[in-house]
Design a protein around this ligand. Structure first.
Ligand code: AP5
Ligand code: MG
Length: 198
């Protein structure tokens, strides 16, 4: 099963992808996560990515495409995967057109998204996402705040979403694989709605 999660920053793509990955035994491929791993490697590419990401803008398509293709070619992706954060513009959707079984659009108003991002914390060790807190309940590592979860970057990320990413949802509608869920509900209810659609 190849599942694609679409939605604005803060809509819960990462949270739901984590749950789907556990339920269906498929890897969660987070485009943002892969790019943050690259930043952590301190490479030349990583330095380039860090600057653009912290400003809330999109990383160039060639870099994103290379990083994603490499990850998707790994053995654990053969049986399927849940992908979040790609594609983000029409060029990415067309040039790197993977065949998905289902594309889920997670609908959320900007004001709720802003509030969630401002409070979000993530685990330094295993990457688990939390709505708040200081320590991971699974691996006990410390939680941190993402550098792009600052007001200026949040505003820019939402603008990029509305200008560039939102229009590509129609692309999946035309392919007849698009489903929509109300992402303002509780994590459990959003998850139930998504699994009903699969
Ligand atoms: P990425 O890491 O993908 O960030 P994003 O799209 O901005 O999405 P977020 O990760 O912020 O939100 P989410 O939807 O995953 O929500 P989450 O589950 O964490 O991308 C970051 C950057 O990388 C981009 O800005 C760009 O620079 C670059 N990039 C990535 N992909 C790219 C591409 N394809 N091309 C070019 N550049 C790219 O939840 C948010 C918070 O809400 C959490 O605290 C969570 O606990 C809480 N929460 C979740 N669900 C609920 C709920 N139902 N009720 C209450 N709280 C909830
Ligand atoms: Mg995410």
């Amino acid at each position: 099963m190849k599942i694609l999660l679409l939605g604005p920053p803060g809509s819960g793509k990462g949270t739901q992808a984590g749950l789907l990955s556990k339920k269906y035994y498929i890897p969660h491929i987070s485009m943002g996560g892969l790019l943050r791993d690259e930043v952590g490697r301190d490479s030349v590419t990583g330095k380039k990515i860090e600057k653009v990401m912290n400003a809330g803008r999109l990383i160039p398509n060639e870099i994103v495409g290379d990083v994603l293709k490499k990850r998707l070619s790994e053995e654990d992706c053969k049986r399927g995967f849940v992908l979040d954060g790609f594609p983000r513009n029409l060029e990415q959707a067309k040039i790197l057109d993977f065949e998905f079984d289902v594309a889920i659009s997670m609908e959320l108003d900007d004001d709720i998204a802003v509030d969630r991002m401002a409070r979000r914390r993530q685990c330094k060790g295993c990457g688990k996402i939390f709505a708040e807190g200081t320590k991971c309940d699974e691996c006990r590592s410390e939680l941190y705040q993402r550098d792009d979860d600052k007001p200026k970057a949040i505003k820019q990320r939402l603008k990029v979403y509305h200008d560039e990413t939102r229009p590509i949802i129609e692309h999946y509608g035309k392919k007849r694989i698009l489903k929509t869920v109300d992402a303002s509900q509780s994590v459990e209810n959003v998850f139930a709605d998504i699994t009903k659609q699969l």
